[in-house]
Write a protein that binds this ligand. Structure first.
Ligand code: RUB
Length: 281
């Protein structure tokens, strides 16, 4: 959790592969391949849900040369290209998504998504008079990062507890959230609680927009592989010593949930936006 948010996790992984390749001391291409493969698997194993992580690792660790020095250079260049693309993607998403934000909009957001924030801050910098309702996003309260970021831009922002989402939905024009992964059936995986924002928005006929770099799309869902939901330590929620007295109680702490495609009005990516509920790249 020192590095969080699916986009930043992806960039950090690409940086790690690049720096590892740069200092790797090997005598053969076979050894180079084995060590790159080992570090790739290790990085991928650190976070199971954010598909940006394996996508970044696969893109950054590609090489074709049989020569160690050339292969090393290829990995460094591929990693740098990924990092540059990821940085540019946030700007593109901001530009494309902000066109859909109207003057006077009240936007609800959840957790702390750099892609969603790019849309919101770009709309504000374009002169649109907007305000934001940000959820607290228990248990790690990433909403506190979001309100600080929005405050730095001077954007009027209201912080609410997660359970107040439906209560405030009547005041909202649009919901904008980020993505940890998007399946080929258009389903979104994002911070736990995202699906209840989507449900409340659907009920109130409010627009639900997802901001996602193209490297958040999960290629393995094409062949039906499920996206694993990370379950985090229970001490994020409760002091485990309390449970010693409560022998009938268990605590569950899934970090992400699924929002079906039918609750999503639009996915904004760095290559454009789509109203299609089934989006295959
Ligand atoms: C962060 C989270 C974010 C997505 C998208 O969860 O769910 O909405 O990762 O973020 P956590 P971004 O804090 O548990 O990693 O748009 O920055 O990639």
């Amino acid at each position: 959790m020192e590095i969080r948010g699916a986009g930043r996790i992806a960039k950090a992984a690409a940086e790690a592969i690049r720096d590892y390749a740069a200092q790797l001391e090997v005598t053969s291409i076979e050894e180079f391949a084995a060590r790159i493969s080992e570090v790739s698997s290790y990085l991928i194993s650190t976070r199971p849900t954010a598909v940006s992580l394996p996508n970044a690792v696969k893109l950054a660790s590609r090489y074709s040369s049989e020569n160690v020095e050339e292969a090393r250079q290829e990995v460094i260049e591929n990693a740098n290209a990924f990092i540059e693309k990821a940085d540019k993607a946030l700007g593109r998403i901001g530009k494309i998504g902000s066109r859909r934000v109207m003057d006077g909009d009240v936007i609800m957001t959840h957790c702390n998504s750099h892609a969603a924030l790019s849309i919101i801050t770009t709309a504000f910098e374009d002169g649109k008079d907007i305000s934001v309702i940000s959820t607290e996003s228990r248990p790690r309260c990433q909403g506190l990062l979001t309100i600080r970021h929005l405050n730095n831009f001077g954007i009027p922002t209201t912080l609410i507890v997660d359970s107040a989402v439906r209560y405030y939905m009547k005041d909202v024009d649009k919901v904008i959230v980020g993505a940890d992964a998007i399946a080929t059936n258009g389903a979104l995986v994002n911070k736990i609680g995202t699906s209840q924002l989507a449900l409340a928005a659907h009920e109130a006929r409010k627009s639900f927009m997802v901001a996602a770099e193209t490297f958040k799309f999960s290629p393995s869902t094409i062949v039906g592989n499920p996206i694993e939901i990370e379950e985090r330590a229970i001490d994020e929620i409760v002091d485990p010593s309390i449970l010693k007295e409560l022998s009938h109680v268990q605590v569950r702490n899934p970090a992400f949930d699924f929002t079906p495609a039918e609750y999503i009005d639009m996915i904004v990516t760095d290559i454009g936006s789509s109203r299609l509920r089934w989006l295959i790249l």
